[in-house]
Write a protein that binds this ligand. Structure first.
Ligand SMILES: CCC1=C(C)/C(=C/C2=NC(=C\c3[nH]c(/C=C4\NC(=O)[C@H](C)[C@H]4CC)c(C)c3CCC(=O)O)/C(CCC(=O)O)=C2C)NC1=O
Length: 161
């Protein structure tokens, strides 16, 4: 896993250079939004189950996916889906704090598409639920932090599609 600092330093080190102005700008942006990201992650952690519940209600409840024959039908599969969404929110929050998406590649997306495809988990519906998480979370943490978090939720969505 990397964060904004290690990623900028590693790429300067590879070139044997001090940080150039683009690298310094990236770090400046990272430090300037530090407080915002820490505050947002505190809000998300106290409200995570509400965020997921509202996102599910908004995007999937009483649709074909929760009816007999749907991939979320049966308590076991419903619970697996809620658990997956909570993984996405938690790891997107980590990535937002780190200012870097590498943790998502390593711990979330690695092999996920193949797993979903072998279990018949519908990707389009999953992405709709992730988009709903984005909206519900932004309404709680504010639009600026919501945009930061949204970058990483979008990263998960594109990794799935
Ligand atoms: C932290 C990294 C990590 C991720 C991301 C992860 C995902 C993950 N989701 C799974 C299953 C699942 N995922 C879903 C999800 C859904 N079905 C739907 O219709 C909805 C659209 C969607 C929720 C949005 C379901 C229903 C299953 C169970 C499928 C089955 O066993 O038939 C499985 C198969 C094993 C299991 O059931 O636990 C994995 C590995 N596991 C991990 O360790």
């Amino acid at each position: 896993m990397q964060d904004a600092i290690t990623s900028v330093i590693n790429s300067s080190d590879v070139q044997g250079k001090y940080l150039d102005s683009a690298a310094l700008e990236r770090l400046k942006g990272y430090f300037a939004t530090g407080e915002l990201r820490v505050r947002a992650s505190a809000t998300i952690s106290t409200n995570s189950s509400t965020i997921i519940k509202e996102a599910v209600a908004k995007s999937m409840l009483y649709t074909d996916v929760t009816r007999p024959g749907g991939n979320m039908y049966t308590t076991r599969r419903y619970a697996a889906c809620i658990r997956d969404l909570d993984y996405y929110l938690r790891y997107a929050t980590y990535a937002m704090l780190a200012g870097d998406a590498s943790i998502l590649d390593e711990r979330v997306l690695n092999g996920l598409k193949e797993t979903y495809s072998s279990l018949g988990v519908p990707v389009v519906t999953t992405i709709q639920a992730i988009q709903a998480i984005k909206e519900v979370a932004a309404s709680l943490i504010g639009s600026e932090a919501g945009k930061e978090l949204g970058v990483y939720l979008d990263y998960i969505s594109s990794g799935l599609s």
